[in-house]
Design a protein around this ligand. Sequence first.
Ligand code: KIV
Ligand code: NA
Length: 263
Amino acid sequence: TGPLTVPKFSALKRAGRKIAMVTAYDFPSAALADLAGVDGILVGDSVGMVVQGKSTTLPVTLDQMIYHAEMVCRAVRRALVVVDMPFMSYQTGVRDALINAGRILKETGAQAVKLEGGREQAELIAALVQAGIPVLAHLGLRPQAVRAVGGYRVERDRERLLADAEAVERAGAFAVILECIPVDIAAEITASVEIPTIGIGAGPRCDGQILVFHDLLGYAAGGRKPKHAKQYANLGEIINQALRQYIQEVQEGKFPGPEHSFS
Ligand code: KIV
Ligand code: NA
């Protein structure tokens, strides 16, 4: 079927086909996600929390996003790859946003960028789109606003969310992430815009879903288990067992065997 382009991705909504996305941050995870058939892969700034072990996404740099995005793009054949613009890579103005989003497209092979915010970012989204840089918008819980909001919580302001969704669509965003908002509001937004809505903690009536790779697979450190995430496997447990067996076999002299040795 060939690689999924931005127009083909947006057309999935009109075709009534639900969209499945995951995050990925490196070559093997992106290769597995692509091979399994996900429609989109987000190189999320969640890399700061799930891979770097930090407590927020704020410290993540543009160079780090480009480093991870490059590895992901090298592995992907079909899925649409979108890269998060990290904190302070676009909030400082349209010119900075253009330069930084431009770097992401020029240096990684990604198809699009994502940034957080609604009406207040509409002008910036329009400028990027006009420059030929597709934008995935992100409403609801916005992790880059954690200092202003004072924590991570469900966003329930219906009027604001509806107006923001309309604004990012009008600005030219090709789809919109809805993070941690009530099911009914997510359904109302999904019915009111023509671009796909991709939910995370936004209920089943979005056009698609996205989960963080490590949450989906039970591979997150420190028992991270957000309410919105379903754990489809327990990789943490599988890895723990394998490592313990390896340690034991080394200690008992059972590994390496003749089949792993050179005579
Ligand atoms: O960084 C991320 O992983 C995200 C998704 C949760 C939407 O922004
Ligand atoms: Na993000």
